[in-house]
Write a protein that binds this ligand. Structure first.
Ligand SMILES: CC(C)(COP(=O)(O)OP(=O)(O)OC[C@H]1O[C@@H](n2cnc3c(N)ncnc32)[C@H](O)[C@@H]1OP(=O)(O)O)[C@@H](O)C(=O)NCCC(=O)NCCS
Length: 179
């Protein structure tokens, strides 16, 4: 398996991966919604605000992850949101998701990003360094339906001090139903 950030010409394959993986895990409606989200995120997000990493084997994509910028007003720190991530259904439970997330976090750290944040399963993301964070410390772009799933992973040694609002996510995520 190798990991690349070169997504050129691979949009259909990436969308298919997200659609199929989430359809199998959570049903066809959710699969279609996440496939659509990935398409919008990749086609409509300005390059400085998006990082995508693909895990591939023999030229085929077996996992994909997106990180997009979460702006906090005039706060000088940079924050990226991990969402979505998926591993091909037949390849789940083999450590691929963990390796892809760890790779993505290391790449963000390397380029100077201060904080990664995600909204998901605390058990799963807790294994790769995310910890629950309050909306007071790290304001979210929309009211959270499941605030216990709001998770942060500091990428520097600095303590996680409160970020000032207003918060701005990328257009693909600017839909209250995601939150
Ligand atoms: C969730 C997903 C990305 C994990 O990738 P994966 O390659 O299957 O996971 P890994 O094999 O790397 O597992 C990493 C760890 O997380 C655990 N884990 C995996 N899936 C989990 C889940 N859904 N809930 C809790 N823990 C989970 C594993 O037991 C493992 O722990 P360990 O290393 O302590 O044994 C993948 O299963 C997937 O694409 N699922 C469908 C889509 C989805 O749910 N995406 C994430 C939305 S938050």
């Amino acid at each position: 398996m190798d990991i690349t950030d070169d997504t050129a010409g691979r949009l259909p394959e990436i969308v298919a991966l997200f659609t199929e993986s989430f359809s199998a895990a959570e049903g066809p409606e959710e699969g279609a919604a996440v496939g659509h989200l990935a398409r919008r995120m990749i086609t409509q997000t300005p390059a400085p605000d998006l990082r995508v990493f693909l895990a591939q084997e023999s030229g085929a994509i077996i996992a994909a992850i997106c990180f997009s910028r979460l702006g906090h007003g005039g706060d000088g720190r940079s924050v990226f949101l991990l969402s979505p991530v998926a591993v091909a259904t037949a390849r789940q439970g083999q450590g691929i998701g963990r390796r892809l997330i760890v790779h993505g976090l290391a790449a963000l750290r390397e380029e100077g990003v201060d904080i990664a944040v995600t909204y998901g399963d605390p058990d799963f993301y807790g294994r790769v360094g995310f910890r629950p964070v309050s909306e007071e410390i790290l304001p979210a772009p929309f009211p959270l339906g499941q605030p216990e799933g709001w998770l942060a992973c500091p990428l520097t040694q600095a303590p996680l001090a409160r970020l000032a609002g207003p918060v701005r996510c990328v257009a693909a995520l600017a839909d209250p139903s995601f939150w």
